[in-house]
Design a protein around this ligand. Structure first.
Ligand SMILES: [Zn+2]
Length: 299
């Protein structure tokens, strides 16, 4: 019998942009991408998310449910965005707001765990019982699949705050976190500080590194080394069969995978060497995961 998969509205609201669409399984039928404009404050970011939801609902009244995923500390049961250091919000009752606005069943969850769920159902993680899905974008966060189940603790997976002794103050208030070295914005910032040259984002730094800019090369390599060290710590504790890299920075592809593999191969002695893969669903994994959550909701 053919599986019937619902049409749902899926929204992944990140620190930089909101990705939203009408989805059916892993298929994206309509897609919209808008900046979150987090610099305008948490209320503005909330309103941007609600506006995308309203627009998609008006365009696609055939959608059966709506799924929203956001970063930070998420109370998925009560549908509340408890805290996000990137979006600076506290206690936003998204489930209630969206339900009142659309009348649809609402699923609410964490962006990275949703991305990990999507990769394990439709992407690179299919068939693995122990995997780590790590997103590297504005922040760094991991979703852990252990014995075939998503580990759900709201405070888990914060690899971005692994101490790599950078000496730089992190958005979380601590000093030296991985996020101060290996995220897109921190790679661009470090390059600007050291070179005095302009770079809008990490993609520009990588492209300069590849065309022979020495400072850009050093900054990129340091970012990959710090990331690899954090992953090695994870490997020693939880021994994933595969590590799936997602988020904006993963668009670097082999320029990320190869330096990480080199470091791991130089450190691994008896441990199982995990496969290092790029997320198959790309930066839409979170959105597709929001769709999976929406499909699981009941009227
Ligand atoms: Zn931190």
């Amino acid at each position: 019998m053919e599986e019937i998969i619902d049409l749902v509205i899926a929204i992944d609201a990140g620190g930089t942009e909101i990705k939203a669409g009408l989805v059916q399984g892993a298929e994206i039928i309509d897609f919209a991408r808008r900046p979150t404009e987090r610099e305008m404050g948490p209320d503005h970011a909330r309103d941007r998310i609600l506006a995308v939801a309203r627009d998609l609902h008006e365009l696609h009244p055939e959608a059966r449910a709506l799924g929203l995923v956001v970063p930070g500390v998420v109370d998925s049961l009560n549908g509340i965005a408890v805290y996000s250091e990137n979006l600076l919000w506290r206690d936003i009752p998204f489930k209630q707001l969206l339900s009142e606005m659309t009348g649809l069943p609402i699923a609410f969850g964490h962006d990275v765990r949703a991305g990990g769920l999507a990769e394990s159902v439709y992407g690179s993680g299919v068939g693995y019982l122990n995997s780590l899905f790590l997103t590297i974008g504005t922040g760094i966060s991991g979703a852990m699949i252990l014995n075939g189940e998503m580990y759900q603790d709201v405070y888990s997976g914060e690899l971005g705050h692994f101490d790599v002794s950078s000496g730089v103050l992190c958005a979380c208030g601590a000093t030296g976190c991985l996020e101060t070295v290996s995220t897109g914005p921190s790679i661009a910032r470090t390059f600007r500080e050291r070179s005095g040259k302009e770079a809008k984002n990490s993609a520009e730094v990588l492209s300069m590194a590849k065309s022979g800019d020495h400072v850009a090369e050093v900054v990129w390599n340091e970012a990959m080394l710090a990331l690899a060290k954090a992953l090695m710590a994870y490997i020693n504790v939880l021994a994933p069969e595969i590590i799936i890299l997602g988020g904006g920075l993963s668009q670097a592809g082999d320029d990320m995978v190869i330096p990480i593999e080199k470091y791991l191969d130089s450190k691994i002695t008896f441990q199982r060497r995990p496969i290092i893969a790029i997320a198959e669903l790309g930066d839409r994994a979170g959105m597709i995961g929001a769709g999976v959550l929406a499909m699981q909701t009941k009227q």
